[in-house]
Design a protein. Structure first.
Length: 57
């Protein structure tokens, strides 16, 4: 069930258009960038660990 919910497309522009106030719009924008920031953080952490492992050998 959760796998399929990850594949659903969310129309952010439509949500912003029908937002009740500016706080809701800010939450939508932040919520759409959080997964990207988390993935970039994990990728950087993996790169940093691999780089340090090669330097220690």
């Amino acid at each position: 069930m959760t796998f399929f919910s990850l594949l659903q497309k969310v129309n952010i522009q439509e949500k912003i258009k029908h937002a009740p106030d500016a706080g809701y719009q800010t939450g939508i924008i932040i919520g759409s960038f959080v997964p990207f920031v988390v993935l970039v953080g994990i990728a950087y952490w993996m790169y940093y660990r691999a780089k340090n492992r090669n330097d220690n050998e």
